[in-house]
Ligand binder design. Sequence first.
Ligand code: SF4
Length: 253
Amino acid sequence: MSPDPAMPNALVATSRADVVELAAASTDLAGLDARLIECRACPRLVAWREEVATVKRRAFADQPYWGRPVPGFGAERPRVLVLGLAPAAHGANRTGRNFTGDRSGDWLYAAMFRAGLANQPTSVSADDGLQLLDARVLAAVRCAPPENKPTPQERDNCRGWLVRELDLCWPSTRAVVVLGGFGWAALWPALRAARVAVPAPTPRFAHGAAVELADGRLVLGSYHVSQQNTFTGRLTEPMLDAVFGRAVRWAGE
Ligand code: SF4
């Protein structure tokens, strides 16, 4: 761990053990976010997120980039959690808010709006007025990875943040919507580490997969809202609406 030059009394995570320690020491989401956004535990991802934020895409050349780990976004006591993969280089890594400023976010928040989980269907910037209603959106890995592919080591480095966020949100959570197989695989060990009883062996990912946990929570799988799926028709709006509809019904019971 190293001191944070901007906050002399704060410490910056520079290893997986640091992440676990600092996340576990966070007693609320604000404290967790404050530690998370300083994290430098994955050298490859730190270099990438900062390079992207410096070089920028031409269309966004006049905009400041966030270029740091992206915290969870939404309600502090969510009934529905949404778990994605990682920030997009020119989406959340630019705007600082999950699924904001890219096509994936257009799909996700439009679906959450239709499901009654968001106050508007669009998500273009961190100050666009979007509010999630009883919902929170997180990522399994909090820094933008090259080609959207974190390594297993990077996924495991970041697990401590996810575990603590799940821990803090679990009392109110009723349903979890997982976008894609990467998030699905990351969720189960994180839940186990958060002392949630999960089935063994690990349930297989599929679009529409539904797993009721022993504590009554429901975990739902959906294909990821990436353009690879939405442009090709592998994931359609009715398919996504069916998953969110089920989550909302479960959360309301
Ligand atoms: S991916 Fe997670 S653990 Fe790695 S540097 Fe980013 S916030 Fe830290």
